[in-house]
Design a protein around this ligand. Structure first.
Ligand SMILES: CC(C)(COP(=O)(O)OP(=O)(O)OC[C@H]1O[C@@H](n2cnc3c(N)ncnc32)[C@H](O)[C@@H]1OP(=O)(O)O)[C@@H](O)C(=O)NCCC(=O)NCCSC(=O)CC(=O)CCCCCCCCCCCCC(=O)O
Ligand SMILES: NC(=O)C1=CN([C@@H]2O[C@H](COP(=O)(O)OP(=O)(O)OC[C@H]3O[C@@H](n4cnc5c(N)ncnc54)[C@H](O)[C@@H]3O)[C@@H](O)[C@H]2O)C=CC1
Length: 719
């Protein structure tokens, strides 16, 4: 709703009221229409101020209404009526003015923002465009290039940048509503002819075609198949080339195609999923709202390799005091330099001072004695980690939380090495740890709710999207990756090439296909794991047994490449070739193709034609199938947790909503049918056998993803 009052004798004050973000629900739109009418009709009112309650102007259209109720006054005529008013209307922007909220403000004649306010048109991130006149008014106000940047990226700008761009007229450090009322009094009675943005001519850069062609090319490249950014460019082009009313028609037309698209549904699902994962729960019944985190003032990192360095940077950037421990002297020296460089570059980007003094370094584990929380990031070696956890348990003050960044090892086993297993959790960061947004917080069977709450809160402080998951080999993300990688190898055996597989995955929307990623992260990483599991034994590299190990189909292809010293980018050769060790540009490698042919001949495999559809179905459906197992096992509390992990940690295209959402869009019955088909063709691949939960969901009519938790709960209660 919107509340009306008359202040300072002649200013109509309209306050949007819809906690927590004053989204423009039908009730709020009704309220605005009614209160604006009232303000304009009351003779004593000479000017109007629109603000939002509780220090936030407006978070935009009510996204929840998109899927259900779109009744109520539409935004476009409502904003148009405000712009056409014959009394000055001033937007008092505190907190956020986003999406429809900013479009409402652009319909006002003046905009005054608090210095801490954030403004933006983030609709593109929801698979939409700013269809309440945003694509037509913003370029008229700030010019085409700046508007294109804001609308196609959806980025939020500070009040200072908004002032510089000309989005707002004034920025204040004082009470924004008071400043806006004062301003409204000062402009009462003045002509509004020059204040209605829709009447402005859109500035036309001389090189208009070149500008739009360039932006379109860039947008298409980075969009990876997302349609909204492209539609945003088309809408702004309409602003630059058509009269306002025709531009508005074009905006509406483009929005109509986006509004009902699967991509918009996926992106809006992601928006809510990202928030839902914060409301974590554990099988014990412990929950986010009943578990109190303990404050962390001092944190420690053990092991300053690839991960430890990034974790130390991310911790220091939150303002914590950090102790970083590394036993190898040379590595310690290098780490100091690397960490300082990362802090300096990060600080420069953010326009703040680098937190160099926040980190102290040591070669001795005793230095972590007074830390509130320690994150271990040494080699992925259980014996070494066991030793570290025993030492930590002995040296740390009582109550210190002990966390491991292990990618896959047993958190319960590490906890059992300590005196207080309830203080142990996994904090699984992704490389580079100071950049990647995802954090898996792994609770063991004995982890206390407080330990989980503390790790979740620390993750949030570090700017991470934290997801609480149960303890199993590989947790959620890496566990699902295993069958996906396995399929990619099998496809090569059957006739595909790395290029074909990667192309299919990249056209699907992944930033990089599985083989390019593998070259980037190093083939030796998986090799080491397979050797540890007793799978990658050199003496088994030939003969029939080479492709059946531990009773199931196995492809030694990755191991054979490693045996040749082909570790990927770091050695200049892997699934592709690079111009030098450390080179970044992947080129097709004729050697690899001959190697695959020889391998197939040696194993009596006949190459067949494999199309992109088969690549996608096999790689993605086995991954999804494992996701169902994870839900069935209670390792993830709901499909949103898995989807957020894949979108933020594994490059799954956000406009496809994550693997579980994608399965719901494809149709669970279809996923089941294809898995059954492939399992029949490959009975020696257990990952292809459809999960019982998937069967059960299909049997119960393939309910929408929002209802899967109910089915899972029922399933668990019957066990
Ligand atoms: C605002 C924030 C920056 C606040 O952040 P923070 O304080 O961190 O809080 P959060 O945890 O993020 O949020 C708290 C709580 O609020 C919920 N929430 C936030 N924003 C919204 C919202 N806009 N709507 C609903 N709910 C919202 C959030 O989910 C949390 O709740 P929880 O999930 O229960 O935990 C931050 O929240 C933020 O960034 N918000 C989103 C801002 C945004 O993206 N805004 C844009 C919205 S879209 C928009 O505005 C679109 C338009 O303007 C276009 C309007 C035109 C519509 C015309 C339709 C025409 C259709 C024609 C097609 C016809 C088709 C046919 O033929 O049928
Ligand atoms: N590299 C990656 O992409 C990811 C790795 N991880 C996990 O993070 C952990 C670390 O991995 P990386 O950083 O890649 O390894 P790394 O090999 O780059 O670094 C490990 C560091 O630990 C140090 N170290 C060894 N023993 C030590 C001890 N007793 N005390 C202090 N330091 C010691 C080593 O000298 C080395 O500098 C592993 O468990 C790994 O599985 C998790 C996510 C991603």
């Amino acid at each position: 709703m919107a509340q009306y009052s008359c202040v300072s004798g002649s200013v109509g004050l309209i306050t949007l009221k819809n906690p927590p973000v004053n989204a423009l629900s039908a009730a709020v739109r009704h309220g605005i229409v009614d209160t604006v009418k009232r303000a304009l009709s009351e003779p004593k009112v000479k000017s109007v101020v629109i603000c939002g309650q509780n220090g936030i102007f407006c978070g935009g259209a009510d996204i929840r209404e998109f899927a259900s109720d779109m009744s109520g006054p539409p935004l476009v005529p409502m904003i148009h009526a405000i712009e056409a008013a014959n009394k000055p209307v001033v937007a008092a922007i505190e907190g956020s003015a986003l999406g429809g909220g900013l479009e409402l403000a652009l319909g006002c004649h003046y905009r005054i923002a608090h210095s801490k306010a954030k403004l933006g048109l983030p609709e593109v991130t929801l698979g939409l465009l700013p269809a309440a006149g945003g694509t037509q008014r913003l370029p008229r106000l700030i010019g085409v290039p700046a508007a294109l940047n804001l609308i196609t990226t959806g980025r939020h700008v500070t009040a200072a940048e908004a002032l510089q761009l000309g989005v707002v007229d004034q920025v204040t450090d004082q009470n924004t509503v008071d400043a806006a009322v004062k301003f409204a009094l000062s402009v009462a009675g003045q002509s509004l002819d020059a204040r209605r943005i829709s009447t402005y001519p859109c500035p036309r850069p001389s090189d208009l075609d070149a500008l739009f062609d360039g932006v379109m090319q860039k947008v298409r490249q980075s969009a990876r198949g997302a349609i909204a950014p492209v539609a945003c460019v088309q809408a702004v082009r309409a602003a630059a080339t058509l009269p306002y009313t025709q531009g508005m028609e074009r905006e509406k037309e483009l929005m109509a195609t986006l509004f009902t698209s699967g991509q918009a549904r996926a992106l809006q699902y992601c928006f809510f999923a990202q928030r839902a994962v914060g409301r974590w729960s554990m099988p014990s019944g412990a929950r986010w709202d009943t578990s109190k985190p303990r404050p962390v003032h001092k944190a420690a990192v053990i092991g300053l390799g690839t991960m430890g360095r990034g974790i130390a940077v991310a911790l220091a950037q939150t303002g914590l005091s950090v102790v970083a421990v590394e036993t190898q002297e040379k590595q310690l020296m290098e780490a100091k330099q690397a960490v300082s460089g990362m802090l300096e570059r990060g600080a420069k980007r953010r326009g703040v001072a680098p937190a160099l003094d926040g980190i102290s370094y040591s070669g001795n584990i005793q230095a972590v004695a007074d830390a509130d929380l320690v994150i271990e990031a040494v080699f992925e070696d259980m014996t070494l980690k066991e030793k570290i956890f025993q030492q930590l348990s002995a040296v740390c003050k009582p109550g210190t939380f002990l966390c491991t960044n292990t990618s896959a090892l047993d958190v319960d086993h590490l906890a059992s090495q300590t005196r207080n297993p309830e203080l142990v959790v996994g904090m699984h960061f992704f490389a580079p740890a100071h950049v990647m947004k995802l954090l898996e917080v792994v609770y063991g069977t004995r982890s206390s709710p407080q330990a989980v709450a503390t790790a979740m809160q620390l993750g949030k402080k570090m700017g991470k999207v934290s997801v609480a998951v149960g303890n199993c080999r590989g947790f959620v993300g890496n566990r699902m990756l295993k069958p996906y990688l396995e399929q990619a190898f099998f496809l090569l055996e059957e006739g595909a090439t790395p290029e074909l597989v990667d192309r299919a995955l990249e056209e699907f929307g992944f930033a990089m296909g599985v083989f390019r990623v593998s070259d980037l992260s190093g083939l030796d990483v998986g090799w080491k794991v397979r050797k540890g599991d007793g799978l990658a034994e050199p003496e088994m590299a030939t003969g029939q047994s080479a492709r059946i190990r531990q009773g199931r189909r196995y492809s030694p292809l990755g191991d054979l490449l490693c045996e040749q010293g082909r570790y990927g980018q770091k050695t200049g050769q892997g699934w592709y070739q690079y111009d030098k060790p450390g080179g970044r540009v992947a080129r097709s490698d004729p050697w690899l193709h001959s190697f695959l042919e020889e391998y197939r001949a040696r194993h009596g495999l006949v190459a067949r034609r494999i199309d992109q559809q088969e690549v996608l179905e096999r790689c993605l459906y086995v991954l999804i199938n494992e996701g169902f197992h994870i839900l069935e096992d209670g390792i993830a509390a709901g499909p949103e947790d898995i989807d957020v992990i894949y979108v933020f940690g594994y490059g799954w295209p956000r406009h496809r909503g994550g693997p579980m959402f994608y399965a719901s869009m494809v149709g669970l019955a279809k996923v089941l049918e294809r898995l059954e088909h492939y399992h029949q063709a490959h009975p020696d691949v257990p990952y292809m056998q459809p999960c019982n939960l998937l069967r059960r969901l299909v049997a119960s009519g393939s309910p929408p993803i929002q209802r899967w938790r109910e089915v899972i709960k029922k399933l668990h209660s019957q066990l």
